[in-house]
Design a protein around this ligand. Structure first.
Ligand code: NDP
Length: 297
């Protein structure tokens, strides 16, 4: 059987970053102002340190102001909340992102709720969750699901209406907002999770499969409807037989590729879209805060 078309998230994300960079330059020229993104990192989690570094680098490359705040692992909740309040008040900061996960002494929800919803470029504040679920256009949309939907719209040349989609996973960060976005695209959506009975039979119905379970190579090619479009959100580091590690998704790429019509690779699929969408959200937030028209990105 022929191999699936590769949905090249890395190339799409590079194009999106170029459009963001052009929008930032035009905003500077027209208004003399630069969008700013503040990222707060609490603690020493190695993966979070890598993410924060690349967020800062890509923010600067897009011509925006990047503000980075590193706080000690032992930081208490009140100190972090005070930092968030200060950033809420700072007019040079248009987007605020508190890197998750947070150390155990800090209540994640309390911190997310403290962020001004109009600066909440991660889209995790309950106000943005509510706006997204009610179709309110002022919602800031979580970056990873937004990236998936941009890839799907591009692949299907616009309309996803009427497609049967399944979302594997129901987290607040990926699964739930992904489900909402697909409903808004007029897909017929099934949400699966760890208590789903007969997952392969559910997956077999779907034209679009979004895998966000955090289980290395769980979804098998034999589960897929022939011709399905597969978006693999999973990022899992596994041991290689000869030592070292490698990144794999939640989908078994080798068995899925001959059955699917199109598939995102890991790495190089959804991953690069997340930061590109964060930059896009920062420009969107900046324009809304200043009453400027939102650029086409
Ligand atoms: P969570 O652990 O928060 O959620 C996992 C979801 O998968 C849960 O809803 C869980 O069900 C479900 N699940 C777990 N095991 C199974 C199973 N055997 N069958 C069916 N469903 C199952 O993960 P996240 O949503 O945060 O992340 C998911 C994946 O996406 C991870 O690999 C993560 O690394 C990756 N990710 C990638 C990003 C990117 O930038 N590309 C960004 C964010 C995440 P239940 O609710 O019943 O427990």
């Amino acid at each position: 059987m022929a191999e699936a078309q590769i949905i090249d998230g890395k190339a799409f994300a590079a194009g999106l970053r170029e459009r963001v960079t052009a929008a930032v330059a035009a905003l500077k020229a027209d208004h003399g102002k630069t969008p700013g993104l503040a990222v707060v990192l609490v603690g020493e989690d190695p993966a979070s340190q890598v993410y924060v570094r690349s967020k800062g680098k890509q923010t600067v490359e897009a011509g925006m102001e990047s503000f980075e705040f590193k706080m000690d692992t032992s930081t208490d909740q009140e100190t972090l909340l005070a930092k968030v309040r200060q950033l809420n008040e700072d007019p040079t900061v248009n987007g605020i992102l508190v890197q998750l996960p947070l150390p155990k002494q800090i209540d994640e929800q309390a911190v997310l709720t403290e962020i001004n919803p109009d600066k909440d470029v991660d889209g995790f504040h309950v106000v943005n969750v509510g706006r997204l679920n009610t179709g309110n256009p002022s919602a800031l949309v979580p970056c990873t699901p937004l990236g998936c939907v941009l890839l799907l719209r591009d692949h299907f040349k616009g309309s996803l209406a009427g497609k049967k989609a399944i979302v594997l996973g129901r987290s607040n960060i990926v699964g739930k907002p992904m489900t909402t976005l697909l409903v808004q695209e007029s897909c017929t959506v099934t949400v699966a999770h760890s208590r789903t009975v007969d997952l392969p039979a559910e997956v077999a119905q779907a034209d679009i499969v979004i895998a966000a379970v955090g289980k290395p190579e769980m979804v098998q090619g034999s589960w897929l409807k022939p011709g399905a479009v597969v978006i693999d959100v999973g990022i899992n580091r596994i041991d290689k037989p000869d030592g070292g590690t490698r990144l794999v998704g939640d989908v078994d790429f080798a068995s899925a590729s001959p059955v699917a019509s199109a598939i995102t690779p890991v790495p190089g699929g959804v991953g690069p879209m997340t930061i590109a969408c964060l930059l896009r959200n920062t420009v969107t937030a900046f324009c809304r805060q200043n009453g400027y028209p939102e650029p086409d990105m």
